[in-house]
Ligand binder design. Structure first.
Ligand SMILES: Cc1cc2nc3c(=O)[nH]c(=O)nc-3n(C[C@H](O)[C@H](O)[C@H](O)COP(=O)(O)O)c2cc1C
Length: 365
């Protein structure tokens, strides 16, 4: 028996292919969702974004920036949407360009809930949330959703999924992380509802599972991913027992057989939140999840390699490193130096700090 061969078969690394749902990805290096605020004033992605995503098509999978499912879902200016024809047309250019380079691209479906403000909402209305509880910082008190409005938002997720399909995406990721609408339903600090959407874990998770079922009805579960951030205090979110809550959720995810589960491990630093000690290690969720597990948050090439080798992740997503290194897989492969991210051009602006980060000069190879 050729032991070398058998070792390489059982021991995957960052560059070995991986099966997620119906796709075999060419490597395990995923581009994490990154809001860059470069869409136009009508929330339509521009040609600049087409170039940006095309430059990054060597990732095993690109997950787009958070993309609002409805005008109500927006929390920041110049973020793209997926609720009208012009947006679908613009996204189609992007998916075609990524596919022309042999890449795969999932759209991240986003509704910010209370993390918004009247100036960005239709008719200057207050933002909506499970309960009328204000986020810390410069936010207004949101309006609690009526049950019928929850149905409308689930319909918006369904319509956004149909639109993503028409725009040529390979799948979608449901954004249930980072203190946005779905996360606001999950946590007992932001969800004080007394109807079937509040109270028990089952009730607080009801909205998430209804959204997932709507999205799956369009895409099939094998082309739907889910992002959770169980210990991330971003957008002043918290829960009295996140460990039990997220264990409950992940156990219920198993039978759905999603393309992958994407976990933001630890917390994301933000000027608005004080980083607290994580209450538990969300990597333990890996052990109760049966499907492909995508790890995120602060990974380097070395720690990602180790995570794949130790089987503590099947894939690793990189945010910051993909901002400044369009050819990140190539750089990892060659142990090439990495470009540093310019912090000032992360959110909003023009080509600078967006599509002008250099790739390695392949002529030197
Ligand atoms: C500029 C920027 C924009 C981000 N936008 C999103 C987003 O739209 N959706 C999301 O789920 N996470 C978003 N995140 C979080 C990243 O996906 C990722 O979790 C974070 O950067 C940690 O991974 P890293 O250490 O590899 O950068 C954003 C992070 C940054 C720095």
């Amino acid at each position: 028996m050729n032991t070398q061969l058998s070792t390489s078969v059982v021991q995957p690394d960052l560059f070995s292919p991986v099966q997620i749902g119906s796709y075999t990805l060419k490597n395990r290096i995923v581009m994490a969702p990154l809001t860059r605020m470069r869409a136009d004033e009508n929330n339509i992605p521009t040609n600049m974004s087409r170039i940006y995503y095309q430059q990054r098509a060597t990732a095993g999978l690109i997950i787009t920036e958070g993309t609002q499912i409805s005008p109500q879902g927006a929390g920041y200016p110049n973020t793209p949407g997926i609720y009208n024809h012009d947006q679908v047309k613009a996204w189609r250019q992007i998916t075609d360009s990524v596919h022309a380079q042999g890449g795969r691209i999932f759209l991240q479906l986003w509704h910010v809930g209370r993390v918004s403000y009247p100036g960005i909402q239709l008719n200057d209305e207050p933002p909506v949330a499970p309960s009328a509880i204000k986020a810390e910082g410069d936010y207004v008190k949101p309006r609690a959703l009526e049950p019928a409005e929850i149905d409308d938002i689930i319909y918006d997720y369904w319509r956004a999924s149909e639109n993503a399909f028409a725009a040529g995406f390979d799948g979608v990721e449901v954004h249930a992380a980072n203190g946005y609408l779905i996360d606001q339903f999950l946590r007992d600090s932001t969800n004080k509802r007394t109807d079937q959407y509040g109270g028990s874990y089952k009730n607080r998770a009801r909205f998430l599972f209804e959204v997932l079922h709507a999205v799956i009805s369009v895409w099939g579960s094998e082309r739907v991913g889910l992002r959770l951030s169980p210990t991330n205090p971003f957008n002043s979110i918290s829960d009295s027992n996140p460990e039990e809550l997220f264990e409950y959720i992940v156990e219920r995810l198993n039978p759905l057989d999603l393309a992958y589960l994407h976990i933001v491990e630890g917390g994301l630093l933000s000027p608005d939140t004080t980083e607290k000690e994580p209450l538990f290690d969300p990597r333990t969720l890996r052990n109760i999840y049966d499907g492909p597990y995508m790890a995120n948050n602060g990974y380097s090439k070395g720690s990602a390699k180790k995570a794949i080798k130790n089987d503590s992740a099947d894939l690793v997503s990189f945010g910051d490193l993909f901002i400044s290194n369009p050819d990140l897989p190539e750089r990892f492969l060659r142990n090439a130096p990495l470009n540093k991210t310019d912090l000032d051009s992360r959110y909003g602006g023009n080509e600078k700090g967006y599509i002008d980060y250099p790739s390695l000069n392949l002529a030197l190879a």
